[in-house]
Ligand binder design. Sequence first.
Ligand code: HEC
Length: 181
Amino acid sequence: MIFRALLFVAVSIAMLAQTGSVAYSKEGIMILPKDYREWTFLSAGLNMVYGENGGSAANPRFENVFVNPAAYRQFVKSGKWPDKTTLILEIRASDSRVSINKDGRVQTNVVAIEAHVKDAAKGGWAFYGFDASGQNGKSFPKSADCYSCHEKNGSVDTTFVQFYPTLREVAKAKGTYRDSE
Ligand code: HEC
């Protein structure tokens, strides 16, 4: 009995590890994946200003994008995002004249974290925003401008692959890339 229970737990953990990425509370709130900083790094946009979390020219912000490694590997093979793809956008403030740095910009504290998750069980892609504690991933309503901007301008399946240098050429080669201005 104990052995079977242990086996069940081991298999469940293995399945979780395989599908990645996304978990929700009973109330449907997304739980921030604790290890997202160990995921595959896609890009660090500098001051790609949009919405209330954008920076200013004088005080720019970085947008670090990470994806769960299983989804990254699938994308490299097919140019498509599999179900349960989880993309994390970590927005950081910046500073200059830190240590030996003079005129460059370095990243400092986290200002906001957002997620974009493809989940068939939730009707497809959804956006989440996390509070300062990084805990409560509240979903944005379908009327939010996240959806319209990403649908209109994202080059692959509502994601901004045109800005992710290791994936842009993959998508073009696999024929899943859509040009947007
Ligand atoms: C005016 C256009 C625009 C709007 C509105 C917008 N985004 Fe984005 N989003 C972008 C761009 C451009 C990127 C590319 C990454 C970057 O900023 O460097 C991006 C990237 C992302 C990513 C990384 C994964 C991906 O899909 O490429 C997440 C997560 C994200 N946005 C969440 C949100 C959320 C949540 C909202 C709504 C509160 C939102 N975005 C609204 C333009 C937009």
